[in-house]
Design a protein around this ligand. Structure first.
Ligand SMILES: Cc1cc2nc3c(=O)[nH]c(=O)nc-3n(C[C@H](O)[C@H](O)[C@H](O)COP(=O)(O)OP(=O)(O)OC[C@H]3O[C@@H](n4cnc5c(N)ncnc54)[C@H](O)[C@@H]3O)c2cc1C
Length: 417
């Protein structure tokens, strides 16, 4: 596939990042796509005894290719400091190979966002840097969602009232009790960045983001849930039962925690849109290959008028999604002009972007699947997996209704919803 027919803003990317994208594309072509039909069966890869190829893929990605170093800002010794556009370009390459691989693959970046803004937490950034720059895979999962609702935790208008994972300070320690559900990569994670409600405090002082090593006494996890797709990303329960961590593990507190969490949501909604585009790019390849070779009623399929209409609609959705994605990220990259990522305007923009781009991807892949007839709904046709993954990409990070509500709040001043 020639990626230059898409709209990546190369003029806004550094040469080294473009090279890293090329490296990831080679990795995906040689080591990920040949396994594409096997990933669903490996939803429980973390539970299997002995070595398995999924474990190897993550290790190659994080350590051999150096992705882990990309999460660490250069001033802390890493290769990071990527713009939103550069970050998305890298995520896209991996998502083209597999959505689940990309969800877990990039999740550690979220904890660095918590620590990096609005006021950098130097102690935690150093700690994360030490762990991520080592020779072993080190995944930091962002634990926001709870069994009773992910949207309720992300919705800052609720002022943390719906966060049931509680933290209290006792001497020089934080004590945490609660239950999180679904965090990406939770099963292989070595650290959780946990969104907590602080007991006895009023908003915004009731918010704290706390780092918890997964081997701390009192932490336990379930086996992963078997989802409809995105299988390589493990998602399940985490329980905290009187878990004690040192006070310096608090990544952000109070108003800074509110801003960091909102910035995380804005960035993660940009990532959700990026996942949708990455899945759609793979769907385009699969469909292109199909229509290039399929004959319908005695002539090439793509030379039939009604089918041309469908292909044009798919191309329109692809172009709309890409342009919306890059335009949004370009503005998020210029906080100096457009404002920081914790402002309602940026959150609304990223939320609408995730919804619109997710809808474009869903529509385009659904159309492509229908054009492929029985091959569309068969595993062998490679399209049905992409439709399942595209649905998950539409839901992650708050769900579509909350994202619409955020747009209405900002643009129409809705106050009671
Ligand atoms: C592959 C994958 C990766 C994930 N990664 C992570 C992760 O890294 N960390 C993590 O914490 N979670 C993660 N999740 C969980 C995911 O973010 C949640 O599933 C999502 O936020 C929806 O939360 P929920 O399932 O509780 O649904 P609900 O919150 O119950 O949402 C259901 C519907 O109600 C709407 N809604 C919810 N609250 C409101 C509100 N206040 N106002 C208006 N509408 C509302 C939603 O928008 C949605 O449309 C992941 C899930 C998957 C499948």
């Amino acid at each position: 596939m020639e990626t230059d027919i898409f709209f990546r803003p190369d003029h806004l990317m550094r040469e080294e990042v473009k090279m890293f994208c090329n490296t990831l594309r080679d990795f995906v072509n040689k080591e990920v796509l040949p396994h594409e039909g096997e990933f669903d069966a490996y939803w429980d890869w973390t539970e299997r005894e002995g070595p398995n190829f999924v474990k190897d893929l993550f290790e190659k990605l994080w350590i051999d290719l150096g992705l882990q170093k990309v999460f660490v800002p250069p001033q802390y010794g890493g290769m990071g400091g990527f713009s939103m556009i550069e970050n998305a370009a890298v995520i896209l390459e991996l998502t083209r190979g597999d959505h689940g691989l990309a969800e877990s693959g990039f999740i550690s970046g979220g904890a660095v966002v918590f620590a990096g803004m609005p006021v950098p937490n130097d102690v935690m950034l150093r700690k994360f840097a030490d762990l991520l720059l080592g020779d072993e895979p080190y995944l930091i999962a962002s634990a926001l969602t709870e069994p009773h609702g992910g949207g309720a935790v992300e919705d800052m208008r609720l002022q943390g009232a719906q966060i049931r994972t509680r933290a209290r300070q006792e001497g020089k320690e934080w004590v945490i009790n609660g239950h999180k559900l679904w965090p990406s990569g939770y099963r292989e994670a070595k650290m959780f960045a946990v969104v907590c409600a602080v007991e006895g405090k009023e908003f915004p002082n009731n918010l704290a983001l706390i780092a918890v090593p997964t081997d701390t006494p009192g932490v336990s996890t379930s086996k992963p849930y078997q989802k409809m797709g995105t299988s390589l990303d493990t998602n399940g329960d985490i329980w905290f039962d009187n878990v004690r961590v040192p006070e310096e593990n608090c990544i952000q507190e109070g108003d800074n925690a509110v801003k960091a969490l909102t910035a995380w949501c804005t960035g993660a909604r940009g990532a959700a849109a990026t996942f949708s585009v990455g899945i759609m790019r793979r769907a385009y390849e699969v469909l292109k290959q199909y229509v290039d070779n399929r004959e319908t009623a005695g002539k090439p399929m793509k030379e039939h008028g009604p089918i041309v209409y469908e292909l044009g609609q798919i191309a329109s959705d692809m172009i709309s999604a890409e342009m919306f994605l890059w335009g949004t990220l370009e503005r998020l990259d210029r906080a100096d002009i457009y404002g920081p990522p914790w402002e309602p305007k940026q959150l609304a923009m990223a939320s609408v972007c995730a919804n619109v781009v997710g809808d474009c991807a869903w529509r385009a892949i659904n159309r492509g699947l229908e054009l492929m007839g029985s091959y569309g709904y068969s595993k062998e046709g490679k399209m049905e997996k992409l439709l399942r993954d595209a649905k998950i990409a539409q839901i992650v990070v708050g769900g579509r209704v909350l994202r619409v509500v955020e747009a209405a709040r900002y643009y129409f001043g809705t106050e009671t919803v």
